[in-house]
Design a protein around this ligand. Structure first.
Ligand code: ZN
Length: 547
């Protein structure tokens, strides 16, 4: 068992020995460093009061339900004494503290679990305090932030402890159905019944670096399978990789991240007054590209991809990860952001702009988990009434074995099905390659706009030539007859608007393109946000019904 609480070494009371690197540091240095080892970055567990100080605005915390009577439902021998001794030692009434506070000025209900109290195990009072706090938050219309930490169920309370899992989950379901935001912050360790209930039910799940997060504890797994677990198994980074948390946030950034998420959700960020791009007067003669030239242009590694636009057009972008089922697809990026103070959800297919990045992003070919992440973020947008803006740039969905095993077809189909009925405005921007069903899986918009040189087609010109003419070399000729350019698609009524590239999309022209997008996306939002959710879904239905 790792020693994680702050403890004093016997010979030097003002020093702390790090359980990870074994080095001694002065206590006040560790405290000043947010309870993180100044040598190796080891995260110490944080006591309740210190955690509240770390995230709540000074003096803003009011505790709720402090004096719930302790229970011993099974009359478990010695349990009353153990509870009394733990209270005495920790100064806590239970393993969780709940109450209201302000974070960056925004009102929130917070809950803080403390591992010093019987390993943060969940018994009746622990579950009851959380449930009461969530019910009160629902009544008051407030978001909830839970700092989770638990060894699991409280053994001395047996089956009553187990019931807390369902009770807390049900309270969070009602809170969510009321359209309210819930953010669990997973801290070390979050295991057992807490992981299998309220810790995993957030709209946005954050985690501290290196925290142990899992259902079965590592020792139980090792005993069961008779093998040692690899390093890093069940740690936050593993959880992120497997799609179960949105982001790992360092302590120094925790309050700021929570503040930004609360403000974007509440729509209270001020409009940004970033200076607009100044055109440099010179007018270049722009020669229009042929269809085949466009195919080559959009495949260029230098062409800006989704993140370049997201970071230039929007402010305050916070990226969220994971499909909550299996993995985090690095080629689908998404999260929340603002556009001149207006909150939006943005999602894009990112190709990368250098070889290493392209490999990491799988060359812009999404896997099922990418489509599922996108859908999860779109459903989140719907809950919080945010318009969805997608940036599509893909040669197609990834044709791989694993992708098929995990249901590539199902994942794309599910997006078409669910996107058709989303009750918020959806704008799809085709910014490069629009490769078939893999592109359509993010392009079911109330409007679809396409960049001047972008392409959008049922398959690649090479594939088309090889199927139709049994000659893949006639791709250039195929490109000319397939109707894949923005002009063709505008004429066919597949898209509403052509986005100018001021020559060709590149590092040099992206600021000018972004200015165009900023203005026009704001107009799009103004036009559609006045419509009801049902009217938006109906407009989208009819848009695709006509083909
Ligand atoms: Zn250390």
């Amino acid at each position: 068992m790792r020693l994680l609480n702050l403890f004093r070494s016997k010979e030097a009371p003002d020093y702390i020995v790090c359980p990870t690197c074994g080095r001694r540091a002065e206590r006040h240095d560790i405290v000043a460093n947010n309870y993180i080892c100044t040598f190796c970055g080891h995260y110490y567990r944080v006591r309740t009061n210190n955690r509240i100080k770390m995230v709540a605005d000074a003096g803003s915390f009011t505790p709720w339900f402090k004096d719930l009577a302790a229970v011993n439902p099974l009359d478990f021998p010695g349990y009353d004494d153990k509870l009394a001794a733990t209270r005495e030692k920790t100064g806590l009434d239970e393993g969780v503290t709940v109450g209201e506070c302000r974070i960056g000025g925004e009102r929130a209900v917070i809950g803080v679990c403390d591992s010093r109290f019987l390993m943060g195990s969940m018994g009746h009072v622990y579950g009851e305090k959380i449930t009461l706090a969530v019910e009160k938050a629902t009544e008051l219309g407030l978001p909830v932030i839970m700092f989770t930490c638990s060894g699991g169920a409280r053994m001395q309370e047996g089956i009553i402890s187990l019931m807390q899992m369902e009770k807390t989950s049900a309270a969070f379901k009602r809170h969510s159905d009321a359209g309210l935001l819930y953010i669990p912050v997973l801290t070390d360790p979050t295991t057992g019944g807490v992981t299998a209930s309220f810790a995993m039910l957030g709209d946005i799940i954050l985690a501290e670096p290196g925290a142990l997060v899992g259902f079965a504890g590592p020792r139980v797994i090792e005993q069961t399978i008779g093998q040692k677990l690899p390093d890093g198994f069940q740690r936050s980074e593993f959880i992120l990789e497997h799609g179960f948390c949105d982001a790992i946030v360092e302590r120094k950034d925790l309050k700021d991240t929570l503040t930004r998420i609360l403000k974007i959700t509440n729509g209270t960020l001020p409009a940004n007054l970033k200076p607009r791009y100044e055109k440099n007067g010179e007018k270049k003669d722009i020669v229009p590209l042929s269809a085949w030239d466009k195919v080559k242009a959009v495949r260029s590694i230098k062409r800006p991809s989704a993140l370049a636009y997201i970071n230039t057009v929007f402010d305050d972008f916070i990226e969220f990860h994971g499909d909550r089922y299996f993995a985090d697809d690095k080629c689908v990026v998404g999260g929340i952001a603002t556009l001149n103070g207006k909150s939006v959800t943005v999602i894009g297919i990112e190709k990368g702009q250098d070889m290493a990045e392209c490999k990491r992003r799988n060359f812009g070919m999404p896997s099922p988990e990418g489509y599922r992440k996108a859908l999860r973020l779109m459903k989140q947008a719907e809950k919080f009434n945010r318009p969805v803006i997608t940036f599509v740039n893909t040669p197609g969905a990834f044709p791989g074995m694993e992708a098929e095993e995990n249901g590539q077809g199902e994942a794309i189909a599910r997006n078409l099905y669910e996107m058709s009925a989303l009750k918020v405005p959806v704008l799809a921007l085709m910014i490069g390659e629009g490769g078939s069903g893999g592109a359509l899986g993010l392009a079911v918009g109330n409007e679809v706009w396409m960049m001047e040189n972008a392409t959008y087609s049922v398959l690649s010109p090479e594939g088309f030539a090889s199927i139709l003419w049994k000659d893949g070399k006639r791709a250039a000729e195929a490109a000319g007859v397939m109707c894949i350019t923005a002009e063709d698609l505008k004429r066919l009524g597949i898209i509403e608007r052509i986005i100018p590239e001021y020559g060709e999309a590149s590092e040099e022209t992206i600021a000018e393109i972004a200015d165009y997008l900023k203005d026009n996306i704001q107009e799009f939002i103004k036009k559609y946000e006045v419509m009801s959710g049902d009217a938006l879904a109906e407009q989208r239905y009819q848009r695709f019904r006509k083909y």
